[in-house]
Design a protein around this ligand. Structure first.
Ligand code: NDP
Ligand code: GDR
Length: 335
C-alpha cells in the first residue's frame, strides 16, 4: 500500500466509475474498484487503465448484494474516500426487476454505509452517495433544487430515495462524513447503450453507415436536463473535499425533450428522423417522469462547480464518437 490517498469506487466499470477513476488517478490517488463477477468481460470502459504491465487501478471482486464481500473489500482497500456509484441504474428495467433493484440500490447502499462506519472507527473515511434527480419524479416545481420535495415514480427512484435518506442518517446518527450528489442525467460516449441518448446517437450513426434500418423509441416528450459525465465526476470529488459534508444538485439548469435530442443528432448526421424512427409502446414506462431541470446554484456557490459542456456540444461529441465506432464496425463487416 502506498502513502497516496486511497479511493474506492463501487461501479467502477460503469460510465461514471470509469471517468471518476481517470480523474482520481490524475489527482494522484491510489484507486480501488469494487466490481461484480460477470460471465463476460465488463471492463471495457476501464480497459485503458488495465492494459500494459502495470494496471493503474486495483480491482476487488464483490457485490452490493453481499455484505461479507463489501466488508472484505473495505478491509483490503482501506479507502479514505468511498464513491458509491454501483447500482442497477436503468429506470425502465426497475419495473420488471423491482425487488432486485431495491436490494442492490437501497439495501446495497445501507450495506456499504454500515461497513463504512466500522471502517471509520479505525481511520478517516468520507462517503459519496450517487443519489439521483429521479427522486424528484413527478415534481410540480421546476427547476428542482435541494429543497424540492421528492415524488419518486419507479422502483429505482424509490430505492434512491431510501439510499439518500440513509446516507443523511449515517451522517447525523454516527457522524460519518457522508454526502449525497443529486445528479441529473449525464451522458457521454461511455453511456450504456440502453439509455435514450446513447441509443439515439449510436442508432443514428449505424443508420448513417448502413448497418441499421430503423430506430425504435418510446416517449419523445419527456424532458431531461442532460450534462456531460466527465464534468459531473469533478463535482463528486469536490463534494468530498469540503470541510463539512452536504447534499448537492448537479445539473445544467436547461431542459430538452427526447425529441430535441433526436432531432439534433439526426441534423448533425444529415438524416431525416421521419424516415427511420418508429414509436414502440414497449419503451413506454408504467409511470413517467415528465420534466427534470436542476438548479445547481448551491454547488456553484459552495463547490465552485458549474457545467462546462452545453446540450449541443454534448450531442456533437456523442455523435462524433459513435460515428467513428459505426464506421469501424462497417469496415470490419466488409472484410
Ligand atoms: P452504469 O449503469 O453505467 O454503471 C453502474 C455500475 O454499477 C456498473 O459498474 C455495474 O457493474 C455496477 N453494478 C450493478 N449492479 C451491481 C452489484 N450488484 N454489485 C456491484 N456493482 C454493481 O451507471 P452510471 O455510471 O451512469 O451511474 C453511476 C451511479 O449514478 C448509479 O448509481 C446511478 O444510479 C447514478 N446516477 C446516474 C445518473 C446518470 O445520468 N448517469 C444520474 C443520477 C444518478 P457492471 O458493469 O457489471 O454492470
Ligand atoms: P432516465 O434515462 O430514465 O432519465 O434515467 P433514460 O435515458 O433511460 O430515459 C430518459 C427518457 O427517455 C425516454 N425514452 C426512452 N428511454 C430509453 N431508455 N429507451 C428508449 O427507447 C426511450 N424512448 C424514450 C424515457 O421514457 C425517459 O423519459 C437515467 C439513469 O442514468 C438513471 O440511473 C439516473 O438516475 C437518471 O438518468 C437521472
Amino acid at each position: 500500500m502506498t502513502s497516496a490517498k486511497r479511493a474506492l469506487i463501487t461501479g467502477i466499470t460503469g460510465q461514471d466509475g470509469s471517468y471518476l477513476a481517470d480523474l482520481l488517478l490524475e489527482k494522484g490517488y491510489e484507486v480501488h474498484g469494487l466490481m461484480r463477477r460477470t460471465s463476460s468481460i465488463s471492463t471495457q470502459r476501464i480497459e485503458h487503465l488495465l492494459c500494459g504491465n502495470q494496471p493503474r487501478v486495483v480491482l476487488h471482486t464483490g457485490d452490493l448484494g453481499d455484505t461479507t464481500s463489501i466488508q472484505r473489500v473495505l478491509k483490503e482497500a482501506q479507502p479514505h474516500e468511498i464513491y458509491h456509484l454501483g447500482a442497477q441504474s436503468h429506470v425502465h428495467h426497475s419495473f420488471t426487476q423491482p425487488l432486485y433493484t431495491a436490494d442492490v440500490v437501497a439495501l446495497g447502499t445501507l450495506r456499504l454505509l454500515e461497513s463504512a462506519i466500522q471502517l471509520a472507527k479505525t481511520q478517516e473515511v468520507r462517503f459519496y452517495n450517487a443519489a439521483s434527480s429521479e427522486m424528484f419524479g413527478h415534481a410540480t416545481i421546476v427547476p428542482q433544487n435541494e429543497e424540492t420535495p421528492f415524488h419518486p415514480r419507479s422502483p429505482y427512484a424509490c430505492s434512491k430515495v431510501f439510499g439518500y435518506h440513509q446516507t443523511i442518517n449515517h451522517r447525523e446518527a454516527y457522524g460519518l462524513y457522508a454526502a449525497n450528489g443529486i445528479l441529473f442525467n449525464h451522458e457521454s460516449p461511455r453511456r450504456g447503450e440502453q439509455f435514450v441518448t446513447r441509443k439515439i446517437t449510436l442508432g443514428a450513426a449505424r443508420i448513417k453507415v448502413g448497418l441499421q434500418k430503423k430506430l425504435a423509441l418510446g416517449n419523445l416528450d419527456a424532458q431531461r436536463d442532460w450534462g456531460f459525465a466527465k464534468d459531473y465526476v469533478e463535482a463528486m470529488w469536490l463534494m468530498l473535499q469540503q470541510p463539512v459534508p452536504g447534499d448537492y444538485v448537479v445539473a445544467t439548469n436547461e431542459t430538452h425533450t427526447v425529441r430535441e435530442f433526436l432531432e439534433e443528432t439526426f441534423r448533425l448526421l444529415d438524416l431525416d428522423p421521419a424516415e427511420y424512427v418508429e414509436i414502440d409502446p414497449a419503451f413506454f414506462r408504467p409511470s413517467e417522469v415528465p420534466v427534470l431541470k436542476g438548479d445547481y446554484s448551491k454547488a456553484e456557490k459552495e463547490l465552485g462547480w458549474k457545467p462546462a459542456t452545453n446540450f449541443k456540444e454534448l450531442v456533437r461529441l456523442m455523435v462524433e464518437a459513435d460515428l467513428a465506432l459505426a464506421q469501424k464496425e462497417a469496415a470490419q463487416s466488409a472484410i
